[in-house]
Ligand binder design. Structure first.
Ligand SMILES: [Zn+2]
Length: 387
């Protein structure tokens, strides 16, 4: 079987596991572990609290420093509400395209690594390749941190991490961070004829959401006078995407809940935005307490994916540029696990097959050309680490 055929066959197997983030990824992980084991490669699991999902990592080659981590997530986004022309969990070839959920984001990179694992094992690597497969990336990069901590304790320091999210095999050195908050405003319901005796959770929520917009506007104005940026928009954004609250037009709302999404520029910290927001909320809360001590504002941080920062003289960037020949500077508009690896002091870039333009959409596909380009990249890596 040629490498291309093997990668395609492996992709068909992986797409066949409906590893939507809300479901278990264990069938896919069991399959991957058995496949690696059949080629003499031991793997390690780092499961979630209830054991329903797990990360899996494996080292191929000698236990020495200077290896390269190939990182991919095993979960995919849902297909509910999407109209597909084919079964999303059956890889379907039409012309030069392979259709299926996860073909681009990002089972192709994982499939290539697994399909080439026998070659990696047989190549006589002088420095290792580490595979790192995570869960729950699509719901806020929740799975990877525990695996990264485990690898950091166990493996000799790697030279580079390649996060294989779809970049059309361009070398991506940056993206914004993404923090998700859930806010619950607890008011006091009274008839609106005596509104001064109650606290409307909806009215308070409106002020909090107004603050988000004002804070973002300040960022926009500051960016307008700053220099050129690869980011679009070139500033940290604050957004409320969902809200619910209240019971009737003439009752002050007892509850209001809303979500906040903060996308931080590299170099800014989500924790600083959270602190500013919480300080404003505390001022509003003081006013609420003057009416009723039982009211309040609860802010819960649901996820916090760090940004990916361009590293000065980054090893991973240099490696990826040597393997792809791409010397341009690129950033992407989506979040990845790259910043989590960087926070563990691993040099990291994002580089993988496929185009995120097709990700998360109905009729997601990858072209045969991109699959082949991804395989060629990993084969050049094998050759370099065996030399
Ligand atoms: Zn992804």
């Amino acid at each position: 079987m040629s490498a291309e055929t093997a990668c395609e066959a492996m992709l068909a197997r992986l797409v066949g596991f409906p590893t939507v983030s809300s479901a278990s990824n264990l069938p896919l992980i069991d399959f991957a572990a058995e496949h690696l084991s059949a080629h003499g490669i031991a793997s390690h699991r780092v499961p979630n609290a209830d054991g329903s999902k797990t990360n899996l990592w494996a080292t191929i080659g000698p236990d020495v420093a200077g290896g390269v981590v190939l990182s991919g997530h095993t979960d995919v986004v849902p297909t509910e509400g999407q109209v597909w022309d084919t079964d999303p969990f059956t890889l379907t070839k039409r012309g030069d395209r392979l259709y299926g959920r996860g073909t681009t984001d990002m089972k192709s990179f994982v499939a290539i690594a697994l399909a080439l694992a026998p070659e990696m094992a047989a190549a006589g690597l002088k420095r290792p390749i580490h595979l790192a497969l995570s869960y729950d990336e699509e719901v806020g990069c929740l799975g990877a941190p525990a695996m990264i901590a485990d690898m950091r304790n166990v493996i000799a320091p790697p030279r580079a991490v390649i996060v294989g999210e779809p970049t059309k095999m361009q070398v991506v050195t940056g993206h914004k961070g993404v923090m998700g908050l859930e806010v619950h405003v607890r008011g006091k319901p009274v008839h609106s004829s005596v509104v001064h005796e109650g606290v409307s959770a909806v009215m308070v929520a409106a002020r909090l959401i107004g603050w988000l917009g004002d804070r973002m506007e300040r960022n926009r104005l500051a960016a307008a006078t700053a220099g050129e940026s690869l980011y679009d928009p070139p500033y940290t954004t604050l957004h409320c995407g969902r809200i619910e609250g209240g019971t009737a037009h003439n009752i002050t709302a007892k509850d209001c809940r809303f979500t906040v999404d903060v996308r931080t520029m590299p170099g800014e910290r989500s924790a600083d935005y959270l602190a500013e927001f919480a300080a404003f909320a505390a001022r509003l809360e003081a006013d609420m307490h003057r009416v009723d001590g039982g009211t309040g504002i609860d802010i819960v941080r649901r996820s916090d994916t760090p940004s990916c920062r361009r590293e000065p003289a980054g090893e991973a960037e240099a490696l990826a540029r040597s393997l792809t020949g791409d010397n341009a500077e690129h950033v992407v508009a989506y979040g990845t696990e790259a910043g989590q690896f960087q926070d563990a002091s691993f040099s990291t870039v994002v580089c993988g097959p496929g185009d995120m333009e097709q990700g998360h959409k109905p009729n997601e596909f990858i072209t045969l050309e991109q699959l082949a380009a991804g395989a060629a990249f990993q084969r050049r890596l094998i050759a370099q680490l065996a030399a």
